[in-house]
Design a protein around this ligand. Structure first.
Ligand code: TPP
Length: 689
């Protein structure tokens, strides 16, 4: 697998021909310098940013975009385009310069001049959905490479379903030393190598510099050996030699496994005083050094001025893919109507009519049968029926399939060379799984879900946060959601996780209380096209309290009344998940003392917060309130107010059977009833005062 080829043309197999440079009129040097100086000038104007990486990698991306990348700047969302992921997101000006030069709509010279400014299309780091041509949000190092693994996997999965005519593209990643130092990169590299994702090519900006100085300060890894050990095809080239870059790309595109091309570059290439040092990583060059760099690189043009011939050549590159694009459209017209409609439905993430029926049927079945099962088991039953109705549902787990209960009967495993399966064994790689799911969702064609224990949400949190920031539909199935998991003890018992996940904007955190709510939570998550979701599910069995009738999805309201005393209520008990049953028992205890308690199930704080004020007030009531959740209090005061009480955890859990833990930590119907009485009396005292 390991190659020592130094990109000597004589080493090439005879049948390989390398695409020629696109423009005969303009040389490679000027094409690459256009990128360098747009980056230099934009950083200079913004007085902040990272010029070093774009200056160093300009030669590599010039060759990639001009001779290899399949794209059509006029249609950034063409499904069969190659993906280009800038994992080293701090070098965002590299990408913005390319998008401007190749002619992406809206990425104008004025936008480059507004680099890093309020509401510009050129924010500090690339943001998906904000700038056309940006395939994923990057900046947190290694997220890009790990997301790209998901994209490359989605490409193979789609290809297996729809064939070469519709799906046949590469995913290119530009990653730096920082990306490869991050632990996440290991999970990503390992998974990609295992699955032999041969359409994935990583261009490593092998400049041996990071912020603190030479990478030798902190890292001695032999990156080529490391990737090779994970089953990658690897090589090192001179990243400033266009022909070496072209040969490497051409060869690696034919590899039967993922490829790493370590491009030995000089950071800040062309800056006489700073190149090759950390000084050029993340600071403007300054007027005199910019001048010196212009001279050194023979680029006499004023800031932001691209000579017409150079711009024309770059624009031709932006249009180079139009023929391939047209040919692809032609092929789509030739495929059978039902294949095309399946393809379109997959790309649009459509929920089929069969899905609607299946979901309603199982939800109503739960309401009628009222099973006493764990919500993870209810989820398993939901997945079983919806997977059969949703061909674009893509399951998986980080090696906890049998605990998360995430595998549907109809799902066959995805394996290397066998991509028509729909269940991914992500291995013990929670972070890699979460990032790959982002890539799968961004690529399109699938709705990914993946399982782990809720306590390990911490391992995947950075990728979950990015999913929320990007607004992509990925579904995290996180089971064993409280001390209710019992004997595994405090390492496995989440206490702060609900609060910390709820703190992420644009993330839906569901904690269903019974089988019916579990089905409804799945429905909400699947319909949330622009938001990720976390389904927090119990290990232990919970009674079903919802009854048949009323087709309305109550979970979609975020919170609703389970017990609604007909007259005035004395107190409102608000609970989530497994604690709703405790609240219901507490209400019964209070009723025996003639205290009228309303019980609210609040499976999703985020959705409840979005309801109109009147609805929220009608649910919460105007009297005293008690919140119950086997977790730390977090921002429960939002719902219970200053005079409310919270019954939950104050610290970590412990190892014991669940019922013992609930008793010892005081999360019982009796404790809730007492808290309610205290609240009521405080409330009345206040009223009299
Ligand atoms: C997870 C994460 N940690 C830290 C940073 C801050 N940071 C941005 S770039 C960088 C150094 C990256 O070095 P390298 O990849 O070699 O980039 P180069 O210096 O070659 O541009 C760091 C630490 C970050 N963006 N993401």
């Amino acid at each position: 697998m390991r190659r020592t080829l130094d990109s000597n043309p004589e080493d090439l197999p005879l049948n390989i021909s390398i695409p020629a440079p696109v423009s005969a009129a303009v040389g490679h040097r000027d094409m690459a310098n256009a990128i360098r100086f747009l980056a230099i000038d934009a950083v200079e104007k913004a007085k902040s940013g990272h010029p070093g990486m774009p200056m160093g990698m300009a030669d590599v991306v010039t060759v990639l975009f001009s001779r290899f990348l399949k794209f059509d700047a006029a249609d950034p969302m063409w499904p069969d385009r190659d993906r280009f992921v800038l994992s080293a997101g701090h070098g965002s000006m590299l990408l913005y310069a390319l998008l401007f030069l190749t002619g992406y709509d809206g990425v104008t010279l004025d936008q480059l001049k507004a680099f890093r400014q309020w509401q510009s299309k050129t924010p500090g780091h690339p943001e998906y959905g904000h700038t056309p041509g940006v395939e994923t949000t990057t900046g947190p190092l290694a997220q890009g490479i790990a997301t790209a693994v998901g994209m490359a996997l989605a490409e193979r999965l789609s290809n297996a379903r729809f064939g070469d005519d519709l799906v046949d593209h590469f995913t290119y990643v530009m990653a730096g030393d920082g990306c490869l130092m991050e632990g996440l990169s290991h999970e990503a590299i390992s998974l990609a190598g295992h699955l032999k994702l041969n359409r994935l090519i990583v261009l490593f900006d092998d400049n041996e510099i990071s912020i603190d100085g030479p990478t030798s300060l902190s890292c001695s890894d032999d990156q080529l050996a490391r990737f090779a050990a994970s089953g990658w095809s690897v090589r090192r080239i001179d990243g400033h030699d266009p022909e070496a870059i072209a040969i490497a790309l051409e060869e690696e595109r034919r590899s039967n496994c993922p490829s790493l091309i370590a491009c030995r570059t000089v950071i800040g290439f062309g800056s006489p005083a700073r190149q090759g040092t950390e000084k050029i990583h993340g600071a403007p060059l300054g007027v005199s050094e910019v001048e010196a760099t212009r001279k050194a690189l023979q680029w006499p043009h004023p800031p932001f001025e691209i000579p017409e011939a150079v711009l024309t050549a770059w624009r031709a590159i932006g249009a180079r893919g139009q023929d391939a694009h047209k040919a692809w459209i032609g092929r789509t017209l030739k495929v059978e109507a039902d294949v095309l409609s399946r393809f379109e439905n997959a790309l649009n993430g459509t929920l089929s009519a069969e899905y609607d029926q299946a979901l309603h049927k199982i939800r109503d079945g739960f309401a009628t049968d009222r099973p006493s099962i764990a919500t993870r088991q209810a989820s398993q039953q939901v997945i079983d029926v919806i997977a059969a109705a949703l061909p674009n549902l893509l399951g998986g787990s980080a090696d906890l399939t049998h605990s998360n209960l995430t595998h549907a009967e109809v799902q066959r495993p995805v394996r290397r060379g066998c991509f028509n399966g729909s269940y991914i064994h992500y291995g013990v790689r929670e972070h890699g799984m979460a990032a790959a799911m982002n890539g799968i969702a961004l690529h399109g064609g699938f709705i990914p879900y993946g399982g782990t224990f809720l306590t390990f949400a911490d391992y995947s949190r950075p990728a979950i946060r990015l999913a929320a920031l990007m607004g992509v539909r990925v579904i995290h199935v996180m089971t064993h959601d409280s001390i209710g998991l019992g004997e595994d003890g405090p390492t496995h018992q989440p206490v702060e996780h609900l609060a910390s996940l709820r703190a992420i904007p644009n993330l839906l955190v569901f904690r269903p209380a019974d089988a019916v709510e579990t089905a409804e939570a799945w429905d909400c998550a699947l319909r949330a096209e622009k938001r990720p979701s976390v389904l927090c599910l119990s290990r232990q069995a919970l009674p079903t309290f919802r009854s048949p009738g009323g087709g309305r999805n109550r979970v979609a309201l975020g919170a609703y009344l389970v017990i609604d005393p007909e007259d005035e209520r004395d107190v409102t008990l608000i609970a989530t998940g497994s604690e709703v049953a405790i609240a219901l028992d507490a209400a019964r205890l209070l009723a025996s003392d003639n205290i009228r308690a309303a019980v609210v199930s609040a499976p999703c704080f985020d959705l409840f917060a979005e309801q109109p004020n009147e609805y929220r007030s009608s649910i919460l009531g105007s009297g005293p309130r008690v919140g119950i959740e086997a977790a730390i209090e977090g921002d429960w005061s939002r719902w219970i107010g200053d005079s409310g009480e919270f019954v939950g955890m104050n610290g970590f859990g412990a190892s014991a059977p669940a019922n013992v833990l609930y008793r010892e930590f005081g999360i019982t119907p009796e404790a809730v009833a007492l808290a309610a009485l205290r609240c009521i009396s405080r409330f009345r005292m206040k009223a009299f005062a």
